[in-house]
Ligand binder design. Structure first.
Ligand code: FAD
Ligand code: NAP
Length: 547
């Protein structure tokens, strides 16, 4: 590091417990943020509640947990050496392999010495006089930093289903998002799974392999596509590695963060003949890819009739996978347009319902009433169970942030600022909260994309901003009110032009009682978002107040 490149450090007085940057969270985002900020010469500390690194991949150890973006692209691109060295063994790596990868990253880049594990941040207050952040942790320690970077995760605060009587249940209760490290043996047990989102859809086939009886409690059937997971052939991996520079560039400049041919998607689904549509949808179905359908026609997410054509295709494929027509009917998604809740990728999910010891309970026709010591009671039946698996999702995007007591200028809380839903500038910053950065915050593409690509983009942008400020001896960067209002309105307008807000999805906060219903991620695509962020920076951080 040359002297010139070292950070000129404004902010709180230096001393023990004083940092240039404090990063909260040691998942994909926190690990890369530490590496990148350290590279600037910034004295950086990462605080992590867990007793290990990895975030999502540390916590979600349920059977079948794996990525649904291909591993060769759901992996860091910042280090050419790392991406050449690491050998992915499956098309969609399982949780243990992804966690091993992240642990390897922590070791390879010597990150652990600046990560404090078992440390939950409880509060972050902006100190106007000192021009920096005071961060309090669960044990009462206070640390200070010029900048605070929230790498707390979009899907890290798991959501409790609020089931009456759950505390009195005599058997075992497991949350997919807090799975025991030693695993769970369901052999001989009657197991209930509550929820049919991505986590449940991955776990159900494997739990069915072990359990004596499995009952799945479904509120909303989801659209799930076959993953077509397979071992990665070393020759194929070598071919990808050779083309990495090109493929990563394509991913960075795509709508979703995966390499896409520049000319896709094309045309309206309604302009194509039924045969043409069936051929394209068939190819997308066979591809085993989360984003495959987005490459078919350009109006699937904006036009209801176009959307129906894709929905009908997938519904037909689901129905043909299940032998019992009544079960097939209950598993067929009809409550939201195709793709307006996050699509799932599965390995044998629908076929699991052809097994004689697996049953599906439809909570729409017979809602859950309560849990007793040994059963789950619906309005229609009582189901005896020994174990309950809660796959009931997350207080997404805002949950982990609002769990903290975050206060900006004049002691204003983030909870108050976001009382009617999150408001940000670029999903990166909040007016009234100087030097606070959000990684993949609401108002950015985040969960609509391959998240690692969005994470790298945000970390790079934040690091560049901090370096830019330091070179000008500026003490703070703060989103201007007008810029935040305009950006929030822009994100609203983009989503209103699509079918996305129609579903009661976690993207809209509909899964959490009392949460304001706002479509939270930026739906305009990663490429156009990245261009906007770059233009803002090139324009001297347009829309920010630089002090
Ligand atoms: P996280 O990995 O969630 O890490 C946040 C960290 O912050 C956690 O370790 C948490 O303990 C810590 N933290 C939070 N609050 C505090 C606090 N107050 N104090 C201290 N520490 C705190 N995305 C994809 O693009 N592709 C996929 O295939 C994919 N698969 C997924 C599978 C599952 C099961 C889940 C739940 C999500 C998946 N996602 C996927 C989304 C995934 O969350 C992101 O890809 C990515 O892992 C997020 O990284 P992160 O570092 O931003 O957040
Ligand atoms: P989710 O998609 O929000 O699914 C939660 C499920 O629980 C839904 O079926 C929901 O029903 C149900 N539910 C919630 N509360 C309930 C209640 N009180 N009673 C009955 N049912 C209830 O959560 P998730 O499955 O954990 O996935 C969240 C996100 O994480 C995914 O969308 C994805 O982005 C990511 N993820 C990815 C993968 C992967 O394949 N790589 C795996 C897991 C997670 P409703 O739909 O009716 O609300």
């Amino acid at each position: 590091m040359s002297g010139e490149d070292r950070l000129n450090r404004p902010g709180p007085a230096r001393g023990a417990g004083a940092y240039d940057v404090i990063v909260v969270g040691a998942g994909l985002a926190g690990l890369y943020a530490l590496h990148r900020l350290r590279g600037l010469g910034a004295r950086t500390l990462v605080l992590e509640a867990a007793d290990g690194v990895g975030g999502t991949w540390y916590w979600n150890r349920y059977p079948g947990a794996r990525c649904d973006v291909e591993s060769v692209f759901y992996s860091y691109s910042f280090s050419p050496e790392l991406q050449q060295e690491w050998q992915w063994t499956e098309r969609y790596a399982g949780q243990p392999e992804i966690l091993r990868y992240l642990e390897h990253v922590a070791d390879r880049f010597d990150l652990r010495r600046d990560i404090r594990l078992n440390t939950r941040v409880t509060a972050a207050h902006y100190d106007e006089a000192a021009g920096g952040w005071r961060i309090r942790t669960h044990d009462g320690t206070t640390l200070t930093a010029s900048y605070c970077v929230m790498a707390t995760g979009c899907l890290s605060r798991s959501q409790s289903p609020g089931l009456e009587g759950l505390d009195d249940f005599g058997g075992s209760v497991h949350r997919t998002a807090r799975w025991p490290h030693e695993g769970v043996d369901f052999s001989g047990r009657r197991v209930a799974v509550i929820g049919t989102g991505s986590s449940a859809i991955q776990a159900i086939p494997l739990i069915a392999d072990q359990a004596a009886r499995l009952t799945v409690f479904q509120r909303t059937p989801n659209f799930s596509l076959p993953a077509r997971n397979r071992p990665l052939d070393p020759a194929e991996l070598t071919r990808v590695k050779k083309r990495y520079p090109h493929l990563r560039e394509l991913a960075r400049n795509s709508a979703f963060g995966v390499p896409q041919a520049p000319d896709t998607p094309s045309g309206s689904a309604l302009a194509a003949s039924p045969e043409e549509r069936a051929a394209r949808y068939g190819a997308a179905w066979d591809a085993g890819s989360l984003f495959g359908f987005s490459d078919t026609y350009s109006d699937l997410i904006t036009d209801e009739s176009a959307n129906e054509t894709a929905g009908d295709y997938v519904r037909a494929r689901i129905r043909e996978a299940i032998r019992d027509p009544a079960t097939a009917d209950r598993l067929t998604p009809r409550h939201h347009p195709f793709g307006t809740k996050r699509l799932c990728l599965d390995s044998g999910y629908y076929d699991t319902f052809n097994r004689s010891h697996v049953a599906l309970v439809d909570l729409r026709s017979s809602p859950l009433v309560r849990v007793t010591r040994n059963s789950i009671v619906t309005t229609a039946d009582e189901h005896r169970v020994d174990s309950i698996v809660l796959a009931t999702g997350f207080d997404a995007m805002t949950g982990a942030l609002l769990a903290l007591d975050i206060r900006g200028r004049a002691g204003r809380t983030l909870r108050a600022a976001w009382a009617n839903g999150p408001r940000t500038y670029l999903g990166l910053a909040v007016a009234g909260f100087p030097n606070l950065f959000l990684i993949t915050g609401p108002g950015s593409p985040s969960v609509l994309s391959n998240m690692i690509v969005s994470i790298e983009q945000h970390v790079d942008w934040i690091a560049d901003a901090i370096q830019w400020l330091s070179r000008r001896a500026a003490v703070s960067l703060e989103a201007a009110d007008e810029a935040e209002t305009a950006w929030t309105a822009h994100v609203d307008a983009l989503s209103a032009a699509t079918l996305l807000p129609r579903a009661a999805s976690w993207w809209t906060g509909a899964n959490v009682a009392g949460k304001p219903r706002v479509f939270m991620p930026y739906p305009g695509g990663l490429k156009s978002y990245r261009d906007t962020c770059d233009a803002v920076a090139d324009d001297g951080y347009r829309g920010f107040i630089v002090t």
